[in-house]
Design a protein around this ligand. Structure first.
Ligand code: ZN
Ligand code: ZN
Length: 360
């Protein structure tokens, strides 16, 4: 991450506080905190205003905060909030914004108790998230590396996968390989599901083993230098019959149609509609039980939601997944997912892994 991006991001958010009618913002969401400061510790809070960037953390992170951030750092023992509120009072902030999606009620109570006379706490929703929607070139590069790690781990694991491989072993192997390739860990709980279990869109890996004439669904993503990747691929052990081939073809066509629909100005719901139309034409839309995709970046699920009700117009620099799927109880599920960046003219698929059904 280029160190100079953090002050720029903070300036943008600070400049947007006036229109939210607050003097300062208490940033407590972990991903928002990382976005604005580079801080990766588990306990920190930022007081941000046009003239203030004060990170409060505890002694475990004293050295780390100084290394990772270029804002003012205050280290306190115990709760971070009394020190934060003292700093706010000293600066005479009257209307103090807090992130309503990222502050526990118990902490809110504590803030209220520490509030200076005449000052007020104001809920602010989605401000930093809105700025995170469009990724910088640096962020897109970090996502690309995360995607490459993810795809390389998948290739390594599938070279050795075969009959009798257990879901839990494949999942553990994927996580291990991602770490060896540079990830800090998986971006979410790795999904590996064999046979009829693949009809569970968020299946937890079990001791079930992959048998002949069974589908295998793998949904995996890396978290690398803060940035997520996300991919789903399907494999089949043996010779796939016409039903598997037809269903696979339908999902692939839906996924291609959605990717083709991606370009700046198109609403998220329209991309979802493109995938859904393909499946409806084959009477499979009832089996498509989730959205077509989601934004990703510092978090695995970020706005926009590529779903039926999200009217967000896409813009160049947004990074989204495209992942239609169909799920048939007793038979199995098929999902194909890529990580995609919105470009000035359309879409660029970051995921390098082949989308052919992997037949072993
Ligand atoms: Zn996924
Ligand atoms: Zn996804």
């Amino acid at each position: 991450m280029q160190a100079n991006e953090f002050p720029t991001r903070r300036r943008r958010i600070a400049a947007a506080l006036a229109e939210k009618n607050v003097d300062a913002l208490i940033v407590s969401g972990a991903a928002n905190l990382r976005y604005l400061t580079g801080f990766t510790g588990s306990n920190g809070v930022l007081l941000l205003s046009p003239g203030t960037a004060l990170l409060v953390t505890d002694p475990r992170y004293q050295i780390q905060a100084a290394q990772e951030t270029n804002c003012q750092v205050k280290v306190v023992r115990g709760s971070l909030y009394p020190a934060l509120m003292k700093a706010a009072a000293r600066r005479k902030f009257r209307r103090l914004g807090f992130e309503k999606d990222h502050l526990r009620y118990a902490v809110y109570d504590q803030l209220q108790a520490e509030l200076a006379l005449g000052a007020s706490l104001e809920p602010v929703g989605g401000l930093v998230e809105a700025h995170r929607l469009v990724k910088s070139a640096t962020e897109i590069e970090l996502i690309r590396r995360s995607v490459e790690t993810n795809s390389a781990a998948f290739a390594k694991v599938m070279r050795r996968a075969g009959e009798g491989a257990r879901e839990c072993d494949l999942a553990a192997e994927l996580d291990y390989q991602m770490r060896r390739l540079g990830a800090q860990g998986p971006a979410f709980d790795t999904i590996v599901a064999v046979g009829a279990r693949s009809a569970l869109p968020h299946a937890q890996p079990t001791a079930s083993a992959w048998r002949r004439n069974q589908l295998l669904l793998i949904d995996v993503g890396a978290s690398q230098d803060g940035y997520a990747s996300d991919m789903t691929r399907m494999a089949f052990l043996g010779r796939p019959g016409p039903k598997v081939k037809n269903l696979y073809g339908a999902v692939l066509e839906a996924q291609s149609a959605a990717i083709s629909a991606v370009r700046p100005g198109v609403r998220a719901e329209q991309v979802d509609g493109a995938a859904r139309r393909v499946l409806r034409a084959r009477n499979l839309d009832q089996a498509f039980v989730h959205s077509t995709g989601h934004g990703l970046g510092l978090e695995i699920h970020e706005p926009p939601r590529i779903g039926r009700w999200d009217k967000t117009p896409l813009a160049a620099g947004m990074v989204i997944t495209i992942e239609p799927g169909i799920y048939l109880e007793g038979f199995g599920g098929i999902r194909i997912e890529d990580t995609v960046v919105v470009t000035h003219t359309g879409a660029s698929v970051l995921t390098p892994t082949s989308k052919d059904l992997l037949v072993l």
